[in-house]
Design a protein around this ligand. Structure first.
Ligand SMILES: Cc1cc2nc3c(=O)[nH]c(=O)nc-3n(C[C@H](O)[C@H](O)[C@H](O)COP(=O)(O)OP(=O)(O)OC[C@H]3O[C@@H](n4cnc5c(N)ncnc54)[C@H](O)[C@@H]3O)c2cc1C
Ligand code: HEM
Length: 396
C-alpha cells in the first residue's frame, strides 16, 4: 500500500514514466552493472544486449504504478516475476541494490522534474513492491525446500537430436538422489560457465512428464543471423555437452501449468521450440487420462524442424481422442497442412468453456491470441508461456 501523501505523486508520474521508462531502465541497468559487475552473472545478458529485458522491467514498473491499489490486476504479473526470480535465485538483499539504482536513474533522467516528494513517493512504491516480491519469493523457496540460488548437479544421461536445431537432454541427479517434483509447463534454469569465467543462466521448459527417472529439456540452437549473433548458452550447450557431463540446474519453477489432471477437453497450440511445455503436458495426459479429448496443434518450418515427433506418435497410440494438427510453413508433407497455423483450419471446439494453452514466438502468440478472442474465447480461458521476458503487455 502507498500512503495518501505519496499517491498523487505516483499518479502524476505514470505518464512521465511511460514516456521515459525505457531510458530510465537503461540508465538503471548501466549504473547498477557498473557498481555491481558480479550481477552480470545473474542477469540474462542476451536479453540486455537485445533490449528485451529493459522493456520488461519498464513495463513492470508501469504496471505497478498504474495499478498501485489493484492487487487483482497485478497478480499475474507478480506471479510470473516471482517464479522467474526464484528460478534465477534472487535474494532479499538484492532488492536495496536495485532500488538504489532505479531511484537514481529516475532522478537522473527526470532531472528537475524529480522533486524530493516525487522521489520519496517512488521509494515508497518500490519498497512496497519489493516487500511483496521478497515475501512471495521466500515462500517459493520454502515450498521448494531450496535456498535462493541453489542449483543441483544433474548428469546428462542421454542426448537425442530431435530436429535440425533442437537437441533433447535427459538429466538425472548426479548424487543419485530423488528428482524434484514439477508440473507440466514448468521450467528449470540451466547454468553455463564460459571459458572466460562469465556465468549465465537460461530457462528451459521441461519437455517430458513427471514420474520418470530423469528430467528432460529440449534446447534449440539459436544460430547467428545476418544482424544478430548466435545465442550464447544454447550454442554452448549444443557444442559442448556430452553424455556423462554434469550441468547445474535449478529447482523447477514457473506458473504456466496446464491442467493435466482434469477430464475437460483441452487445446494445446505451439510453434517452433514452443512445443516443449506442450509435449510435457501431452505426455502427462497420456499417462494419467489417455481418454481425454485433446487438440494438439503445432506449427513448424518443415519436417526437419519438427521436434518431438516420436512423443506425438506415442501419445497418438495411447489416446483415442487426441486430435493432432500439424502445419509446415514450407509446404505440406504427409498429414501436415501447408502454411502457418490458422484457427479456421483446426477442428472446432466450444470456445467459451475450453482452456487453450499457447507457446511459441511472439508473432505466433499474438496472431493466435487475437484470433481466439475474435472467435469468442474468453481471455480467462487463454494461457500462454513466453520464452523470454513477457512483452505482450497489451494482452495483460
Ligand atoms: C520460461 C522459459 C522457457 C523456455 N524454454 C525453452 C525451451 O524449452 N527450449 C529452448 O530452446 N529455449 C527455451 N527458452 C529460451 C531460453 O531460455 C534461451 O532464451 C534461449 O536458449 C536463447 O539463449 P541463448 O543464450 O542461446 O541466447 P542469448 O545469447 O541469450 O541471445 C538471445 C537472442 O538475442 C539475440 N542477441 C544476442 N545479442 C544480441 C545483440 N547484441 N543484439 C541483438 N540481438 C542479440 C541472439 O541472437 C538470440 O537470438 C525458454 C525461456 C523461458 C523464459
Ligand atoms: C521491485 C523490484 C523488481 C521488479 C519490478 C522486477 C521485475 C522483473 C520482471 C518484469 C522480470 C521479467 C519477468 C519475465 O520473465 O517476464 C524480471 C526478471 C528478472 N529479474 Fe527482476 N524485478 C525486480 C527486482 C529484481 C532484483 C532485486 C533482482 C536482482 C538483483 C532482479 C533480477 C532479475 C533477473 C536476473 C531476472 C531474469 C531475467 C534476466 O535475467 O534478465 N530483479 N524482473
Amino acid at each position: 500500500m502507498i500512503s495518501a501523501a505519496s499517491r498523487p505523486y505516483i499518479d502524476a508520474s505514470v505518464p512521465v514514466l511511460r514516456e521515459h521508462g525505457l531510458t530510465i531502465t537503461r540508465t538503471f541497468y548501466a549504473s547498477m552493472f557498473a557498481a555491481h559487475p558480479e550481477l552480470t552473472n545473474l542477469f540474462n545478458m542476451g536479453n540486455q544486449a537485445s533490449g528485451v529485458q529493459q522493456q520488461s522491467l519498464a513495463s513492470a514498473v508501469f504496471a505497478y504504478a498504474a495499478n498501485i491499489d489493484n492487487a487483482g490486476a497485478l497478480g499475474p504479473v507478480v506471479s510470473r516475476i516471482v517464479h522467474k526470480h526464484a528460478a534465477v535465485g534472487i535474494r532479499a538483499d538484492h532488492y536495496p541494490i536495485v532500488g538504489f539504482h532505479l531511484l537514481g536513474a529516475i532522478k537522473t533522467v527526470l532531472g528537475d522534474a524529480a522533486t524530493e516528494p516525487l522521489l520519496k513517493a517512488w521509494e515508497e512504491a518500490y519498497g512496497s513492491l519489493a516487500r511483496l516480491l521478497i515475501d512471495a519469493e521466500a515462500k517459493m523457496y520454502a515450498d521448494a525446500g531450496v535456498q535462493p540460488g541453489e542449483l543441483r548437479a544433474m548428469r546428462v544421461i542421454e542426448l537425442v537430436r530431435e530436429s535440425d536445431n533442437v537437441t533433447a537432454l535427459r538429466l538425472a541427479p548426479a548424487d543419485g538422489g530423488a528428482l524434484p517434483p514439477f508440473k507440466a509447463g514448468q521450467y528449470v534454469s540451466v547454468e553455463v560457465v564460459f571459458a572466460d569465467g562469465h556465468r549465465q543462466l537460461r530457462q528451459y521448459s521441461l519437455s517430458d512428464a513427471n514420474g520418470k527417472d530423469s528430467l528432460r529439456i529440449s534446447v534449440k540452437r539459436e544460430d547467428a543471423q545476418a544482424d544478430v549473433p548466435a545465442g550464447a548458452v544454447s550454442t554452448w550447450l549444443h557444442q559442448n555437452v556430452k553424455v556423462g557431463d554434469v550441468l547445474n540446474v535449478s529447482h523447477p519453477f514457473g506458473d504456466f501449468q496446464p491442467d493435466t489432471e482434469s477430464n475437460e477437453p483441452v487445446v494445446l497450440l505451439s510453434a517452433g521450440v514452443g512445443i516443449t511445455p506442450m509435449i510435457a503436458t501431452l505426455n502427462r495426459i497420456a499417462q494419467v487420462n489417455p481418454e481425454r479429448r485433446v487438440i494438439f496443434a503445432h506449427a513448424a518450418r518443415n519436417a526437419a524442424h519438427h521436434a518431438h515427433q516420436a512423443d506425438i506418435a506415442a501419445a497418438k497410440a495411447r489416446m483415442p481422442y487426441l486430435h493432432v494438427v500439424t502445419f509446415y510453413e514450407d509446404g505440406a508433407i504427409g498429414d501436415a497442412l501447408p502454411g502457418k497455423m490458422e484457427l479456421a483450419r483446426l477442428p472446432s471446439w466450444p470456445k467459451g468453456e475450453t482452456d487453450v494453452y499457447l507457446c511459441g514466438p511472439l508473432p505466433f502468440m499474438q496472431a493466435q491470441w487475437n484470433a481466439l478472442l475474435a472467435a469468442g474465447a474468453p481471455a480467462a480461458r487463454l494461457h500462454r508461456e513466453v520464452f523470454g521476458p513477457d512483452l505482450l503487455d497489451n494482452l495483460l
